[in-house]
Design a protein around this ligand. Structure first.
Ligand SMILES: [Zn+2]
Length: 324
């Protein structure tokens, strides 16, 4: 679910008068009005805040209304304008929010435009997607240097260079990345009690999906350290000697059978969804009359292997497209 949809379900259940209180400040009658909405001066949000009164949020709401009223171009203009504003917002917006315009275009049967818009969004905005904002997900090959520099004042003022690695959540990693979980690395090899950070981790991930997370760490003298990796609650050390021994263990895939199974199932689920989306996109482009109205509807009929699904599959096949 996109951030927009989540917030919509949490915050937005207004009375009709509230509904119009903010959107009434703008003109919605033509595309030019929407395009001329200026970047607002966003107040900084301390802590948890809701963006429901932000113009980009209002634009998404208006897009939904316009879609229902079959005013396609106004709906698209709203979502494109929201994408222009997202990078300036005081709230983080994710890929799904940016891509909502692409889904709308597909719903309207405007597939060539959808493909162009998707490409344009990826080129212009992918660096602003909330999931890409952490420097742990950046394309910087030497992200670890920036990480150390950023945390210099608090963690590294004494010249130390230790980072610990965790996995969140459990069991979402492959056989390679799992070798690097539950470690303490000395980034530049200054502290020889710990393994030096391998070059492969200088960009702070091997596979983004595997969610290896880095934290700065201060390793105290004596037995004043706590080491409790989240992937295995049975591992808990306070003795410095034990911690050092543990983080130097061999770099091998030590996932349990259960973890391996969960990881494979997760990958299969992801691949199935990608394939189903591709099939659904083909169906709504080439067989718009027969395709179900929503992706959820398509998956439901597919999972049930309903007679209508079998008919649809045969029809696709007659038109040169194979659904497995
Ligand atoms: Zn991996």
């Amino acid at each position: 679910m996109s951030i927009f949809n989540k917030l919509n379900s949490i915050f937005f259940s207004p009375t009709p008068s509230e509904k119009n209180s903010k959107s009434s400040e703008y003109n919605w009658t033509n595309i030019e009005d929407i395009q001329s909405i200026e970047i607002p001066c966003y107040p900084t949000n301390p802590g948890v805040a809701s963006p429901v009164n932000n113009i980009e949020y209002i634009l998404h709401r208006k897009a939904t209304e316009f879609k229902k009223e079959k005013k396609e171009d106004l709906a698209i203009a709203c979502l494109k304008k929201a994408n222009e504003l997202f990078p300036y917002s005081n709230f983080s917006w994710g890929k799904k929010d940016y891509m909502r315009v692409v889904e709308f275009l597909k719903d309207f049967g405007r597939f060539d435009e959808a493909r162009k818009e998707e490409k344009r969004i990826l080129e212009l905005y992918s660096k602003y997607f909330s999931e890409n904002k952490f420097h742990q997900n950046s394309t910087d090959e030497n992200a670890i240097d920036t990480f150390i520099e950023t945390n210099k004042k608090v963690f590294y003022s004494d010249g130390s260079d230790l980072v610990s690695t965790e996995l969140t959540p459990r069991a979402c990693t492959c056989e390679i990345c799992s070798c690097y979980r539950g470690r303490i690395f000395s980034v530049y090899g200054k502290d020889t009690r710990f393994p030096k950070l391998p070059d492969i981790l200088r960009k702070m991930y091997i596979h983004k999906d595997c969610m290896l997370r880095f934290s700065p760490i201060i390793f105290f003298n004596g037995d004043r350290n706590n080491f409790n990796p989240s992937y295995d609650s049975s591992i808990s050390f306070t003795s410095s000697t034990e911690i050092i021994k543990y983080v130097n263990r061999p770099f091998i895939d030590e996932r349990t059978e259960d973890e391996k199974k969960i990881f494979i199932e997760k990958k299969l689920r992801e691949h199935a969804e990608i394939q189903d989306r591709q099939d659904y996109d083909w169906l709504r482009e080439h067989l718009p009359e027969q395709a179900p109205k929503s992706f959820g509807g398509y998956r439901k009929m597919k999972n049930a292997n309903s007679p209508n699904y079998i008919k649809l599959k045969d029809l696709a096949s007659e038109n040169g497209y194979t659904i497995n």
